[in-house]
Design a protein around this ligand. Structure first.
Ligand code: ADP
Length: 592
């Protein structure tokens, strides 16, 4: 569009330059023609003067040799002819005419010079010769201007006049051309400006409208054609809108298929949106909930919920809370409510997770635990006492077989009691019911007690059990520290080969502002694979043993209990091991 006026302007410039050039040529031509015509005129004027002076019909006057006027004439003629010849060089015809005139002039001058040499008052014969010469002079003088020189002068004059007119015409033409193009250019420029403004404004308004349509979820205008910047922006916008729609669709699918009840609550505490999971959680359809108050479905702690929503407005987020809600069939559902308040939308977004099953399972577990405590531990303890009495022989002597049975029974009851106690401890630790009774504990005494109680077991396995003396005193629950040590040392002996060595030791360490004792139990057993070093502290986690191994299978609870006890003391527990070289179990307890 911009190229059209530009091309027009260039074409005009070219035409005007051409016209100007032609006019210039005509000007030069006209100047030259005028010069030639003037030169011939001057020449003819001189010739007439010359004839007037020297070529009268009956001249009685003697032309004097070296006459001043004559000399001047001669010189002027010479000069005039030279100039004339210079200016007519381009025109061969004219040039020949000038040369002929010049020759005629010199011939005449030659005659006059001869006349100068003949005396005026000589004999008749001489006078006759003079007369004849004068006759020749008059005849030749005419031929100077003959040969068409005067016609040429008139012709050059005409040329000069015509060229001047043509020049004026060309100049006028170029002026008109310039005005015409200026007008056309202006019209085109205005038209182009109007067109561009109109199309750009229209396309921009479509872009703008598209953004509003996107916000209002209304289909967009079809993409703008072309490949200019606006079309590119529009294309990108369409792609973006498509991606957004896709993302929204996926999000919608996730929300619709979620098992959790996801909803939004408006500023008045009413449901403004809900997903289909409302049916499963509250036994109510999402549509039936819209516009109703959230608090109306809370079974317990209605005020608490209102408080939570009002707190959310200032805090934005808060930890999930447990609630009881009413289902349509009148039953109660336990839920975990996570909520987030959005200031921009003045809406609270909630995720409600049904934990009824979890609650039921927990209650069941508690019931089982209660049953284990009362209905299993008490009879087992009684059984243990009975075996102890039987072993003591106070109630009669048993034969060897009977003694073996009683021993075996006692050992099995012991294992059962340990398992029940371990289970109870793990459960208590998990539910936060374990409490420590902290006192100053001398580690040396704990080590000593542990070696004494497990010495027999170690000996039976051919394992050397020992400890390195220490004067470190920790702040902790002695009974629990003993349990940790017994578990770790028991494992160390259990997994040591015959002839192996188990050493208990303690070191001092500091972390941040607290000083700790690091207690280590080192064995020379088969070791633990690296990828299991973390897992063995999980409940019921055991490393696979070879089937031919004759180790007694444990419960997998020992290390889990150790970890729970150590953590209660604010310490850490970990294991370091090299396969076939042995393991070191370490835990920390704050120093007193
Ligand atoms: P349990 O000994 O009753 O199986 P633990 O929780 O005490 O349960 O131990 C878990 C597992 O960790 C054990 O089964 C054993 O595979 C591994 N383990 C524990 N201590 C040692 C040790 N000193 N050397 C080799 N493996 C060990």
């Amino acid at each position: 569009m911009v190229l059209v006026p530009l091309v027009l302007q260039l074409a005009t410039l070219f035409c005007v330059a051409k016209l100007e050039n032609e006019a210039e040529m005509l000007l030069l031509e006209s100047i030259r023609a005028k010069k030639i015509s003037d030169a011939i005129n001057v020449l003819s004027q001189d010739v007439y003067d010359y004839i007037g002076e020297f070529g009268r019909d009956n001249p009685q006057r003697q032309v004097k040799t070296g006459d001043e006027k004559l000399q001047v004439f001669h010189r002027r003629h010479e000069l005039h002819y030279k100039q004339l010849k210079d200016s007519v060089q381009h025109d061969a015809k004219l040039y020949a005419c000038v040369v002929a005139s010049e020759q005629a002039a010199y011939k005449t001058f030659g005659l006059i010079r001869r006349l100068e040499e003949i005396p005026e008052d000589g004999p008749d014969q001489v006078q006759k010769l003079r007369k004849k010469l004068w006759k020749d002079v008059r005849k030749d003088v005419k031929s100077i201007l003959g040969g068409g020189l005067l016609e040429h002068a008139a012709q050059q004059k005409r040329i000069a006049e015509v060229d001047a007119e043509e020049q004026a015409r060309l100049r006028e033409l170029s002026r008109q051309l310039m005005i015409l193009i200026a007008i056309i250019d202006t019209i085109i420029a205005i038209a182009v400006a109007l067109y561009l403004t109109k199309t750009i404004a229209r396309r921009l308004s479509i872009l703008n409208e598209n953004s509003l349509r996107l916000a209002a979820s209304v289909p967009l205008h079809s993409p703008l054609g072309g490949n200019d910047e606006i079309a590119t922006v529009d294309k990108t916008f369409h792609n973006m809108a498509l991606s957004l729609q896709e993302a929204a669709k996926k999000e919608r699918a996730i929300i619709d298929n979620a098992r959790d009840f996801i909803c939004s609550i408006d500023a008045n505490g009413k449901f403004s949106a809900a997903n289909p999971a409302s049916q499963a959680v509250l036994d109510r359809s999402a549509e039936s909930l819209l516009g109703t108050y959230f608090a109306d479905y809370v079974a317990d702690g209605r005020e608490n919920v209102l408080q939570i929503f009002s707190d959310l407005r200032t805090q934005g987020d808060r930890n999930p809370v447990e609630l009881k809600m009413k289902r349509a069939d009148g039953t109660i559902v336990h839920v975990l409510l996570s909520a987030h308040f959005s200031k921009e939308e003045n809406t609270t977004f909630c995720v409600i997770h049904d934990i009824t099953e979890r609650r039921k399972a927990e209650m069941l577990k508690q019931e089982v635990m209660a049953m284990v405590t009362h209905d299993l531990r008490t009879p087992l303890s009684t059984l243990r006492h009975i075996f102890t009495f039987l072993e003591s022989g106070k109630h009669g002597k048993l034969d060897d077989k009977g003694t073996d049975f009683v021993h075996a029974g006692g050992r099995n009851v012991d294992r059962l009691l340990t398992l029940v106690n371990d289970l109870l401890d793990v459960e208590k630790a998990d539910s936060g019911q374990l409490h420590l009774e902290k006192t100053k504990v001398a580690l040396n005494e704990c080590f000593d007690a542990c070696v004494s109680s497990l010495g027999v077991f170690a000996e039976s396995k051919g394992v050397t059990l020992d400890f390195i003396e220490t004067d470190l005193i920790v702040m902790g629950d002695e009974e629990r520290i003993d349990r940790i040590l017994n578990n770790l040392v028991g494992n160390a002996v259990k997994f040591s080969p015959e002839g192996g060595k188990v050493i208990i030791s303690a070191d001092k360490s500091a972390e941040r502002d607290t000083e700790y004792a690091i207690i280590s139990v080192k064995d020379e057993g088969q070791g633990i694979p690296e990828d299991k070093l973390e897992n063995i502290f999980e409940k019921f986690h055991q490393v696979e043993r070879r089937s031919d191994s004759n180790q007694e299978k444990g419960s997998g609870l020992g290390l889990a209990i150790c970890r729970a006890f150590v953590q209660l003391h604010g310490g850490k527990i970990w294991a370091e091991s090299k396969l076939a070289e042995g393991s070191v179990f370490k835990f920390t307890i704050p120093l007193a």
